[in-house]
Design a protein. Sequence first.
Length: 183
Amino acid sequence: MLEKALRLGIQVETHAIGDRANHMVLDAYERAFAAVPPAQRKVREPRWRIEHAQILAPDDIARFGKLGVIASMQPSHAIGDLFFAPSRLGMKRLAGAYAWQSLLKSGATVIGGSDAPVERGEPMIEFYAAVARKSTKGFTGEGWHPEEAVTREQALKMFTISPASQHFRRRKRDRSNRENLPT
């Protein structure tokens, strides 16, 4: 099915939250990419993504950038999960929880969303969660990896340019004639 999607130009988005599910999806994407060379794809560089990608095995983080797989994440999930994730996942597995900065450093594209109506759907809460990596009351938990927070510029890109690009909607301004040209 994934190989056929590559040949037809279908952009695949797979829902995976936990480390095992994300690993399995990355494996399936990697097999399809290897089986269908770019010359045989309708879209040479597909923009496939994993929706949520919340908990990752540390070894899988680099695979997002290597494979060109987009991590679609909702930062407000992180500030809700910080109250129960340590007891459910354990400290070791938290190293791959909401690993925004590590994903970006791997060369992956990270896009942000709200997951409304599951979450409140308020853009400022999503932005705050990505930058502060704390609850709206300022709480952060042990092992919550503050180094995975993103800068304001990175967060803005997660919610604007990156999703537009993922959907082939980003436009670049041509300075010479002021026309918008597709990228």
